[in-house]
Design a protein around this ligand. Structure first.
Ligand SMILES: [Zn+2]
Length: 478
């Protein structure tokens, strides 16, 4: 009886077969690659088609990734430094220098094309050397460089559960690190926009000082960066090796005991759980994972989320060795829903105590809060999947699948928190107003109570679900 590629772990005569088929038996199609430095023009393609070119860039080796990263840090940061330097470096800056108003009678200096190209490099050199050895300019630059590399390492780790294709963890980390280096090329367009800031500000007739819209634009740029980074890792074009391509041993799903050769009708000798309850075919994809059109996908979201939150054995029925990309799509929908909820909550709180609401300011502030909440979600999912995988010594891909579904437990928490916030600030703004109708007071008190109950219930549920997601998928046979 060999491990047939069917989804069951069973032999024909009612005993458990010797192996479970590997989760993947396909051979990933190799990416079209350009090795080494000639791959640098791929930078621009990455910004617009991250999913398509990500695999090629990851396969183009370490040298190209490091070169692309160093070039973009120097050019991107150099352009930002140029924007803050006096007009010698940036003929677009005419009035402001480090917060001081300066009057220049001379016309803006003319720079040649080659001076423009060399500008960012010169600006970085000036910053590194300007302060001199006595005042720690070099040490500050070194510290900044260490900070950048620390952030890159963190982003690469965060990316791992999203990019996991079933390859060994070390190779996955290498791929994520190279792609994170490639993604830092987005510093170049950011630097260009920053550098040209005085110009487009005058075109758009915007004031010179930092504006709430600037924060919102920066937050949205951060989300765009995150999307480019995560999507660049969606396609895997490496070797067909790793946990996903290895056959597994059928185990008792409660205690991990090898149940090979045991009849279905018996119990696990270790923990007495019926063998039939550990069979692979007990796990079936949730509605979201089998929806085949965009409309069905959207309509399957809420039933699946409801199942995750309220069903005790959702994770005992969830196949975790397959369906990674659908689980990831589910998590992204959770992010969108929470982004919207956070935006509404922040909007209400931000506008509650202002006598005169400036629409643009309130919108921009709410966008920033919602983007921070979104980033928090991605970090939380990555941290949970990573911790489950590291502590329980499980492959990252199945840990990520369980985590992505688990994350829908945050939706009722956000609903509860937003209801509490909205009811709280509304009550606070009407508390001194004697003319407020009694009905409004009653409704607000009810909303406060509902928000508090939902929040507490959702928090307890989320913690219980997190425990179930770990326990019920630890020895999953499918
Ligand atoms: Zn057992």
């Amino acid at each position: 009886m060999s491990g047939s590629p069917s989804m069951t772990a069973s032999g024909d005569d009612g005993v458990v077969g010797p192996t479970l088929p590997a989760a993947r038996c396909d051979t990933p199609s190799p990416a079209r690659t350009v090795q080494g430095l000639p791959s640098l023009p791929g930078i621009v393609l990455l910004w617009f088609l991250p999913k398509r070119v990500g695999a090629s860039l990851a396969a183009s080796g370490w040298h190209a990734a490091v070169a692309a990263h160093m070039l973009s840090v120097i050019v991107g940061l150099g352009l930002i430094v140029c924007a803050e330097l006096p007009p010698t470096f940036n003929s677009l800056v005419k009035q402001q220098f480090l917060g001081w108003d300066i009057e220049i009678d001379l016309p803006a200096p003319r720079m040649t094309c080659s001076e423009y190209v060399r500008g960012p490099f010169a600006a970085i050199a000036v910053v590194v050397h300007a302060a001199g050895p006595g005042s720690g300019g070099f040490a500050r630059s070194l510290l900044a460089l260490t900070g950048i590399q620390g952030a890159v390492l963190l982003l690469a780790v965060v990316m791992m559960p999203f990019a996991a294709a079933g390859e060994p963890a070390g190779r996955l980390f290498g791929r994520c690190l190279r792609l994170t280096w490639w993604s830092t090329t987005l510093l170049i367009p950011l630097g260009l926009v920053w550098w040209a800031e005085p110009q487009w500000r005058s075109w758009l007739d915007l004031p010179d000082e930092w504006h709430a819209v600037d924060s919102a634009a920066l937050a949205l740029f951060g989300v765009l960066w995150l999307i480019v980074l995560l999507r660049s890792g969606y396609r895997y074009a490496g070797k067909a090796q790793g946990p996903a391509w290895s056959a597994r041993t059928p185990r008792c799903e409660k205690c991990g005991y090898r149940i090979v050769g045991l009849p279905y009708s018996t119990n696990c000798p270790e923990c007495a759980r019926p063998v039939a309850e550990s069979l692979a075919e007990r796990r079936a994809p949730p509605p979201f994972a089998v929806a085949d059109t965009p409309v069905r996908t959207i309509s399957a979201f809420w039933p699946t989320a409801w199942k995750v939150i309220t069903t005790r054995d959702f994770f005992a029925r969830l196949p975790v060795h397959s369906g990674h990309s659908r689980a990831r799509a589910f998590f992204l929908m959770v992010c969108v829903v929470n982004w919207g909820l956070a935006f509404l909550g922040a909007w209400r709180v931000g506008t509650a105590f202002q006598a005169e609401v400036v629409l643009v300011h309130a919108l921009a502030d709410a966008v920033v809060v919602a983007c921070v909440v979104l980033l928090g979600h991605v970090l939380l999912a990555a941290a949970f999947a990573g911790a489950v995988s590291a502590i329980a010594r499980r492959a990252l891909q199945p840990a990520a699948v369980a985590t992505f579904y688990l994350m829908s437990s945050t939706v009722p928490i956000t609903i509860g928190a937003v209801t509490l916030l909205v009811a709280g600030v509304t009550t606070a703004t009407i508390v001194d107003d004697i003319a407020t109708p009694l009905a409004v007071d009653v409704i607000m008190s009810l909303l406060l109570a509902v928000g508090l109950v939902v929040f507490a219930w959702a928090l307890v549920r989320a913690l219980m679900n997190a425990r179930r997601a770990i326990v019920q998928t630890r020895f999953a046979n499918r």
